[in-house]
Design a protein around this ligand. Sequence first.
Ligand code: 5AD
Ligand code: SF4
Length: 481
Amino acid sequence: MSNETRMARGETRPAAAAARRRRVFVKTYGCQMNVYDSDRMTDALAPDGFEAVTSPDEADLVILNTCHIREKAAEKVYSELGRLRKLKDARAAEGEEMMIGVAGCVAQAEGEEIARRAPVVDLVFGPQTYHRLPELVKQAATGATVVETEFEIEDKFRHLATPSPAGIRSRGVTAFLTVQEGCDKFCTFCVVPYTRGAEVSRPVEQIVAEARRLADEGVREVTLLGQNVNGWHGEGADGRAWGLGELLFRLAEIDGLDRLRYTTSHPRDMDDALIAAHRDLPQLMPYLHLPVQSGSDRILKAMNRKHTREEYFRLVDRIRAARPDLALSCDFIVGFPGESDADFRDTLDLVERVGFASAFTFKYSPRPGTPGALLEDQVAEEVMSERLAELQVLITRQQRAFNTAMVGRRCDVLLEKRGRNPGQVTGRSPWLQPVQIEAPETLIGEIVPVEITDTGTNSLFARRIAGQDEKTARNGRMGAA
Ligand code: 5AD
Ligand code: SF4
């Protein structure tokens, strides 16, 4: 692939945002990987004097980091660009300049079309090009519209901006860490293999170095990210081929990293080592996002998921046998082309049988360029809405039951940030539930034992109790072994 920067055809505009004021605002849409990428963009710009701000009004560089996974994503970007255009015009009236960039999967999918439809945009760049952002900003500052969507993903990993100690600390005690990007699975509904490209894994040393840096700056929980995170593979220090399970065992050796999570996984890549990691690593939190998408064998086949519902049940049984307190979350799509009422009943039945702590539910949205979009037999909108509502009722019931069953139980909570009310701190349980606790802010960053006292709509309430925290308990356990 060429890494040449292409200038969009048409007029060049006056030089945008020179080096006078250097403040960047990145608006993130979509998945956690975009959150991670947005932070890497600000990290890449920091050496050029760019400071991250929290509103476009304060910024002289605004970047929209976009998502293309479902319908209307591109339209949302264009309407945001309309609003930014007004802001840019108002700035221009005051003699100030503002630069606008569109990044992420819509940028990758639409490329020059964005610059054509929205001439207010100075810079369009895809997910594999972020390490070149300082250079692209300089090019755009000369007045040309820069469109850069072609680059090898390995280059992104090779040149990924290192988070600065101050940057890490400003982001709190939990962090994302991308270990893998892209997907080779080609589910027939999904645009990811086309926007993020083929699966590429980051090398072990890079991941370990970044995890160490995070731990050194006080991060206690790391969530490994990948579109197909358990498809990660690499070579260990022992020269053996490693999968995500082996990588987790290695990361668990890092002092200070007390909690590990990973997302999003595919059922077909849950291998023995990964299941062993759930059994043997107390740092690996007992919560797993394991999308199945549908409970119907016919639809699973049409979606190219390459497993059956029975295989999913068996897998869940094996993981739960390894880690009995593990809670599951899931993604479901209703209304994939050809989905009959009986197929949908199979999905409801799968949900009943597995029991989820939470789940995301989506109406099928035909994505241009995917095989699903070409299928006849698209399901009517009203039918999709009815099915979605019915599925949501069931899932909400399971989620409530899961949360209610926590009342009276004890667990550890990682205190993450100031709570909604004064004197309150918000943390997370091992099962990812937000927990509100009366505690001083000085305890943020600590893992404290609590008893759950009540449940709200979206969070749990708890009181601190005396006892061992996760780390003390674990050290005790390791000592005994
Ligand atoms: N339509 C609806 N939902 C989709 N997802 C991915 N592509 C589509 C689509 N075309 C959902 C899947 C996936 C989640 C991230 O988004 O459930 O797991
Ligand atoms: Fe998309 Fe399927 Fe790959 Fe997940 S596994 S990113 S749903 S193609």
